[in-house]
Design a protein around this ligand. Structure first.
Ligand code: HEC
Length: 166
């Protein structure tokens, strides 16, 4: 039951995501988003004051999990491989987005991120494979810790404000 609920929430979120991406290909990209993206690029250098949900050890484990399972599509530092990431490919599908804070991953709560990693994007017309039989829950969470550690405090705070941990 909870899974179904999370599923529908994610579907809604992903639908919102695609809409945004379509907008972003045109002139509608709003100013705040531009500013947020510019800030995200310097994420690693920015001082960290907000407490994160994950521990440093998870980031370390996550780096291995990510490099072995995710980097081929999302980039070794979650920076994305295909740019622009928000424009459809010839196949009609969107490329794997960056997960380092410059794209939309921060629009999704932790449960939603986990759902995508477990079930992939196929159910929603995407191409990402699911990892529920390949990675333990700890490994999945560590992969999230790894890419969220690239998020600046500003992006992380925006994610919290959107209910990231609810
Ligand atoms: C074969 C390529 C591929 C691999 C491997 C892959 N992904 Fe993805 N991922 C995608 C694509 C493409 C999308 C966009 C949705 C879709 O089309 O399925 C996506 C979407 C996501 C999203 C949602 C991002 C957003 O902004 O909405 C997350 C989170 C994610 N992937 C995490 C991971 C993690 C963690 C791994 C490794 C455990 C991984 N992915 C492995 C291709 C991949």
């Amino acid at each position: 039951m909870i899974k179904i609920l999370i599923g529908s929430v994610l579907l809604l979120l992903m639908a919102g995501c695609s809409d945004d991406a379509t907008d972003a290909t045109g002139k509608n990209l709003d100013k705040t988003e531009n500013i947020t993206q510019a800030k995200a690029v310097t994420a690693k250098e920015a001082p960290r004051t907000i407490e994160r949900w994950y521990k440093k050890e998870q980031v370390v484990i996550g780096q291995t999990v990510f490099s072995q399972n995710c980097a081929i599509c999302h980039g070794d530092k979650a920076q994305g491989v295909i740019h622009p990431w928000n424009r459809k490919l010839e196949s009609g599908l969107y490329p794997p987005p960056p997960l380092n804070g410059i794209a939309h991953a921060w629009h999704h709560p932790l449960k939603g991120l986990l759902y995508t990693i477990q079930n992939g994007g196929k159910a929603i017309g995407g191409q990402m494979p699911g990892f529920k039989d390949k990675l333990t829950l700890e490994e999945q969470a560590s992969a999230i810790a790894y890419f969220q550690d690239f998020w600046s405090d500003k992006i992380y705070q925006a994610w919290l404000n959107r209910g990231g941990l609810k």
